[in-house]
Design a binder for this molecule. Structure first.
Ligand SMILES: CC(C)(COP(=O)(O)OP(=O)(O)OC[C@H]1O[C@@H](n2cnc3c(N)ncnc32)[C@H](O)[C@@H]1OP(=O)(O)O)[C@@H](O)C(=O)NCCC(=O)NCCS
Length: 169
């Protein structure tokens, strides 16, 4: 199966924040942002694998900044590494100043998707070929993040998570 670069499947979405999507402080609900990130990442994983993709895990999410009602919100989802049937996807989130157009990064998340066939059985995906310095950095960190996710899910023994353990030594 031919390898693919992140730019071949990258997905960007831009949408505004409506009052019905906010809390009592008029800030975007965390769950609404999780859903928007899941949709963008899902499209990216399907583009990379050219298969049906399902969300296997939300590995990391940081709500670093509140997003006020009326904000213009842009999401960019990119595959950071693929394994056998799974793909790690980074989602970077920015708000955009309505007057100047200047973008400020407000949130970031990492999801894992698995490519499946019509029966829901995991199926292999193309290798990811990182190109830029950021893509290479995220690619290199993906193995230990996968091990952490599998250990937390009870699918890997901590003793087998060698790359993860190495960062504490
Ligand atoms: C995700 C799913 C397909 C995995 O099926 P499974 O029978 O556990 O399959 P496997 O154990 O063979 O794992 C398949 C891949 O998923 C990866 N995976 C499974 N759980 C994971 C987790 N918590 N974190 C990271 N990777 C995970 C495995 O490492 C494996 O990757 P690899 O093939 O690249 O090595 C299955 O659990 C599923 O269909 N879940 C429901 C998905 C869904 O409905 N999502 C929407 C939620 S609302």
């Amino acid at each position: 199966m031919k390898g693919k670069t992140p730019s071949e499947s990258r997905t960007t979405t831009t949408d505004m924040v409506l009052p019905s999507e906010t809390n009592h402080l008029n800030h975007l609900f965390g769950g609404e942002l999780l859903a928007r990130m899941d949709r963008a990442a899902y499209i990216t994983a399907q583009r990379h694998s050219q298969r049906i993709a399902v969300t296997a895990s939300v590995n990391h999410v940081a709500f670093n900044n509140a997003v006020p009602v009326g904000s213009i919100l842009s999401l960019e989802a990119s595959v950071s590494r693929s394994f056998n049937t799974s793909m790690e996807v980074f989602i970077d989130v920015w708000t955009e100043d309505r007057i100047s157009g200047v973008k400020t990064k407000v949130n970031e998340a990492i999801y894992t998707f698995v490519a499946v066939d019509e029966a829901g059985k995991p199926t292999s995906v193309p290798e990811l070929i990182p190109e830029t310095a950021l893509e290479i950095e995220r690619f290199n960190g993906a193995l230990r993040r996968r091990q952490l996710s599998l250990v937390l899910a009870g699918k890997m023994k901590p003793a087998e998570a060698h790359e993860l353990k190495a960062i504490f030594e």
